[in-house]
Design a binder for this molecule. Structure first.
Ligand code: ZN
Length: 485
């Protein structure tokens, strides 16, 4: 039985035109080969699975190829190319920096560096994870790196360039590899699935791409995993089951539940996530991405290039975006990022997640702070416009505190500016109209009505202030001052 070769190896780029998502670097490398101006040392940096060692090998292959094409691609047929592809070239020495990190390992390189290449072409040392070398090892490498023998090149690859000594960095030509876009990953996986003759819908591939976080190799490994479990069509549901992620549907269910005021949905959804054994943090990550997609759809429309979605999902997001206000989405994103930490460290993460979902559902009924502040200002204005004669009329016995209260400062500034909790004077219960003197009944009745109106507005003012306080996360400080009552 033929040994199975994983997708990432089987489809590793063998020519520059196969490299995904690193066009600028590929062009530079080709130009270097064309001009023949090739530096001693190169550093390829980038996150996991973006193709650092692949590019280094490809560059090495192109440099040593005895019959390169017109586009300066390696022929993949000459002896050198075949040896490099097979991994047994005498001239291309691959060293793993993580397991050969000591000074002794570098001394071995220094001892052999003087022997010329077997094929007479370049002798190339590819050191992977070069940041793992010890400081002594780096120092031992410095001299060789400064003046290597002719036709000796060093290609370094690292995920953490900041850990490489500056003296080494300054001797290298540096290439920063991009994270690979989800679109590019999906296109590559589509090509691979076509070649493997499996049917996979685009949404399913997008789910894999979103999990790979810009690393093509990760995406290919995930795809391998999915194919190992499924013969025939690969669907979103199949991928969700194999990779332990929730399909997007559950997030759209949450949007609908919020609109229908169905608070029980929070418990149902968490029950589903739990009973299917999904990772809670993955679920929250998905939820954050969901609200990010909604916000982007609200701000830039469903066709925004910032969204990596299938056409069907773009339409679904357009519908969901109508259910939320912009400030609501921003607040939810903030809350969810904080909640992620809480769930990670909470001893009862299930309840923490339920609380998070309830917060999402409740957010539809929250009044935005600026709306509350606006209303407070309007009410304050109304109170200030109340005729002085009413407020100060002695016969109505309006308590002194009421007159003072209406001149009290009101938090007009937005949330950040309101540092101290707003203070509210206590207000005694309104005096019964029956106690008003009966000397001028008509005038008195009118005054009483006015006073009642003032009191009503004051109460509304208090309520709104309390709402604002809760939304701002502040507390109302009730001061009891019986001497004034
Ligand atoms: Zn060749």
């Amino acid at each position: 039985m033929k040994e199975y070769q994983v997708i990432a190896r089987k489809y590793r780029p063998q020519r520059f035109s196969d490299v995904v998502g690193q066009d600028a670097i590929v062009t530079t490398l080709r130009n270097m080969i064309r001009s023949g101006k090739i530096a001693h040392a190169f550093l390829f940096c980038g996150s996991r699975g973006t193709g650092k060692t692949t590019l280094a090998r490809l560059f090495a292959k192109a440099l040593n190829c005895s019959n390169p094409t017109e586009e300066l691609e390696p022929c993949n047929e000459c002896a050198s190319c075949r040896e490099i592809t097979g991994g047994h070239s005498m001239d291309i020495l691959e060293i793993d920096g993580a397991s050969n990190r000591g000074i002794e390992d570098i001394r071995k390189i220094n001892e052999t560096v003087g022997y010329s290449a077997a094929s007479g072409q370049y002798k190339i040392y590819i050191i992977d994870e070069v940041h793992m070398l010890t400081k002594e090892a780096f120092n031992a490498l410095l001299k060789t790196l400064e003046e290597p023998p002719p036709k000796v090149k060093f290609f370094f690859a690292t995920t953490e360039p900041h850990k490489v000594l500056p003296t080494i960095l300054s001797r290298c030509q540096r290439f920063n590899l991009n994270r690979i876009s989800n679109d590019a990953i999906v296109t590559t996986l589509q090509k691979i699935s076509g070649d493997l003759k499996v049917t996979v819908n685009e949404e399913a591939l997008r789910l894999i791409a979103s999990m790979a976080d810009g690393g093509l190799r990760d995406a290919e490994s995930l795809f391998d995993q999915v194919l190992a479990f499924h013969d025939g069509d690969v669907t979103v549901e199949a991928i969700s089951a194999v990779l332990g992620v929730m399909p997007r549907d559950i997030y759209f269910d949450l949007d609908r539940a919020g609109k229908e005021e169905n608070f029980a949905a929070a418990f149902d959804i968490v029950e589903t996530v739990f009973s299917e054994g999904k990772d809670l943090l993955h679920f929250v990550e998905g939820l954050i991405e969901h609200f990010r997609n909604i916000l982007v759809t609200k701000l830039s429309g469903k066709d925004s290039t910032l969204l990596s979605l299938s056409e069907r999902d773009r339409e679904r997001y357009e519908e969901s975006a109508k259910l939320y206000r912009r400030d609501q989405c921003m607040q939810l994103l903030n809350d969810l990022v904080k909640a992620q930490e809480q769930i990670r460290f909470s001893p009862c993460s299930r309840i923490a997640l339920e609380a998070v979902l309830l917060n999402v559902l409740r957010s539809h009924h929250r009044l935005p702070v600026d709306h509350l502040v606006k209303e407070l200002i309007e009410l304050e204005k109304k109170l200030a416009d109340t005729p002085e004669s009413v407020a100060e009329a002695p016969q109505t016995k309006v308590p002194a505190s009421k007159v003072e209260a209406k001149r009290e400062p009101v938090p007009r500034a937005p949330a950040a500016a309101v540092a101290a909790p707003p203070k509210v004077e206590p207000r005694p219960a309104a005096k019964s109209p029956a106690k008003a003197p009966s000397a001028a009944p008509a005038k008195a009745a009118e005054d009483v009505a006015n006073v009642e109106d003032v009191i009503k507005q004051q109460r509304r003012f208090d309520t709104v202030l309390q709402f604002a306080s809760v939304e701002l996360g502040g507390t109302l400080e009730k001061k009891s001052n019986p001497s004034r009552a």
